[in-house]
Design a protein around this ligand. Structure first.
Ligand code: T5A
Length: 211
C-alpha cells in the first residue's frame, strides 16, 4: 500500500504549494498521508536546518553537504521508513535529488561520491515517483520574496542555472521515476498535472485515486 513521492525543483518552483495540495487530495481518497520535507523533517533535522540557513556565515561545501546528508539519514530512519512500513503515502518536499542538483551541479562537489553518500543516507529508500517542477530560474526566483532568501537562495544566477541543469540531467537519466512538469503554468494547471500522476500511482495500490 505504501507510496513514496518526492517533489523537486529550484527555488520558487511551487513544491511546497503543490505538495500540500496533493496531500489534501490523497487524504480525501482515504490514504494516510505523511507530508514532510528536507531539510527539517525531524526535531534534529529542524536544528540542522537552523544551522544550515542561520545568518550569512560562509560554510564549506562538504560541511553543507554532510549537514543535508545527516538530516536525510535521520529523516529516513525516523519518519520515512516507518511511515512506508505501515503503508502510508509519504510526500516529501525535496530529497536526495536536491543534493545532486545543488551540491554536485551547483557547488561542483564530486557527483559519484555524493551519489554513494546519498545511498548511505537513504539506506536505499528510493521514491516511487518524483515530480520535478520545472520553472525557468528567473521566474522561480521572482516568486520567492527576497527577504525570505536563505544562504543558498542568495546564490548567483549562475549557481541556480547549474542547479537547473542538474535537475534536467537527473530527469533524463531516470525517466521512469522522475516526471517533469511545466511549473511556469498557472498553479491550477501544475496541480492538475501533478495530481494526474499521483492518482495513477494511488490507483495502482488500490485507492480510488482518479477524479
Ligand atoms: N537544499 C536542499 C540543498 O542545497 N541540498 C539538499 O540536499 C536539500 C534537501 C531549502 C534549500 O536547501 C537547498 C535547496 C534550497 O535552497 P527551502 O526553504 O525548503 O530551502 O526552499 P525551497 O524548497 O526552495 O522553497 P521555496 O519556498 O523557495 O520554493 P517552493 O516550495 O518550490 O515554492 P512555494 O510553493 O513556496 O511557492 C513560492 C511562491 O510562488 C507561488 C506560491 O503561491 C508562493 O507564493 N507559486 C506560483 N505562482 C504562480 N504560478 C505558479 N505555478 C506558482 N507556483 C507557486
Amino acid at each position: 500500500m505504501a507510496l513514496f513521492i518526492t517533489l523537486e525543483g529550484g527555488e520558487g518552483s511551487g513544491k511546497t504549494t503543490v505538495a500540500t495540495s496533493l496531500a489534501d487530495r490523497a487524504r480525501e481518497r482515504g490514504a494516510e498521508v505523511v507530508l514532510t520535507r528536507e531539510p527539517g523533517g525531524t526535531p534534529l533535522g529542524a536544528a540542522i536546518r537552523e544551522s544550515l540557513f542561520r545568518g550569512d556565515e560562509p560554510m564549506g561545501g562538504w560541511t553543507e553537504a554532510f549537514l543535508f546528508l545527516a538530516d536525510r539519514a535521520e529523516h529516513v530512519e525516523r519518519v520515512i521508513r516507518p511511515s512506508l512500513a505501515r503503508g502510508a503515502v509519504v510526500i516529501c518536499d525535496r530529497f536526495a535529488d536536491s543534493t545532486i542538483a545543488y551540491q554536485a551541479y551547483g557547488r561542483g562537489l564530486d557527483l559519484d561520491l555524493l551519489q554513494q553518500l546519498n545511498r548511505v543516507a537513504t539506506g536505499g529508500a528510493t521514491p516511487n515517483l518524483t515530480l520535478l517542477l520545472d520553472v525557468p530560474v528567473a521566474i522561480g526566483l521572482a516568486r520567492t520574496r527576497q527577504e525570505t532568501f536563505d544562504r543558498i537562495g542568495q546564490e548567483t544566477t549562475d549557481f541556480h542555472n547549474r542547479v537547473y541543469e542538474g535537475f534536467g540531467r537527473l530527469a533524463i537519466a531516470e525517466p521512469d521515476r522522475i516526471k517533469s512538469i511545466d511549473a511556469a503554468q498557472p498553479l491550477d494547471a501544475v496541480v492538475a498535472e501533478a495530481w494526474e500522476l499521483v492518482a495513477a500511482r494511488l490507483a495502482r495500490i488500490g485507492f480510488p485515486g482518479r477524479g
